[in-house]
Design a protein around this ligand. Structure first.
Ligand code: ADE
Length: 226
């Protein structure tokens, strides 16, 4: 899978993909992330990419020309399944969306800044608008990193144990059960007996019950979903 990300602050996206699971995905050739500096695509002086909004008001707007230059130069090399704008007024990202997007080949993510991007880019190029939650970040980069991570870890072969993504919270609309490791007792706090029993059927049942309990307590809304 290839994920291209257009940004005015490409440095913000250096670290998230250079470590751990995302690095492994890249090293194994399963996920290629390319960060494109929007300023390399402007024809305005001093690498300008933003301008005052027509009609006045506070804040700047990301101009149409550099964005379209960047998008079209990328489209000349790659056919994108989705062109996604990260924005707080987009559809809220969830595991289901991550699952669906992980089935695509090529994604282009566009990170907004300032007051947003010229609406004409949204009207004519963007195929999906996604928010990572009801709060406003100073730019779309962290949101793009969240999306890329959530999608990338689902690609076959990225996680060591392929089943481990299936047992994540939110797969099946259930939160994950509690987990324990050594030692069996720490300061008198014991690991639940059933986990030491070696009886996998009992352990699976216990984990499922714990998932349901946790979901009922913390996220009853998930149990209403289809
Ligand atoms: N850009 C700024 N805030 C954002 C959010 N919550 N989700 C996605 N992109 C954003």
């Amino acid at each position: 899978m290839q994920i291209d990300i257009i940004s005015v602050v490409p440095g913000l996206l250096e670290s998230p993909f250079a470590h751990s699971i995302m690095k492994r995905a890249n090293d194994k050739g399963l996920l290629q992330v390319n960060v494109i500096n929007l300023r390399d695509h402007t024809t305005y002086s001093r690498a300008q990419v933003d301008d005052y909004p027509f009609g006045g008001g506070a804040g700047m707007v990301m101009m149409i020309e550099p964005l379209v230059n960047a998008i079209e130069s990328l489209q000349a090399k790659t056919t994108y399944d989705e062109i996604i704008f990260l924005t707080p007024d987009g559809k809220t990202f969830d595991q289901k969306m991550a699952n669906q997007l992980s089935l695509q080949q090529n994604l282009l993510l566009i990170c907004g800044h300032y007051k947003g991007i010229d609406q004409r880019v949204r009207d004519h190029f963007i195929t999906k608008e996604i928010s990572i939650g009801d709060y406003v970040l100073s730019g779309g980069e962290l949101a793009a990193a969240v999306l890329t991570d959530a999608i990338g870890r689902l690609l076959p072969g990225v996680l060591n144990d392929e089943t481990s993504a299936l047992s994540d919270s939110f797969q099946d609309n259930l939160l994950a059960p509690p987990v324990y490791s050594r030692p069996e007792t720490f300061r008198g706090w014991k690991v639940p007996e059933v986990l030491l029993s070696g009886n996998h059927k009992l352990i699976d049942n216990w984990r499922h019950d714990q998932s349901v309990l946790r979901t009922q307590e913390r996220r009853p809304d998930l149990l209403q979903e289809d």
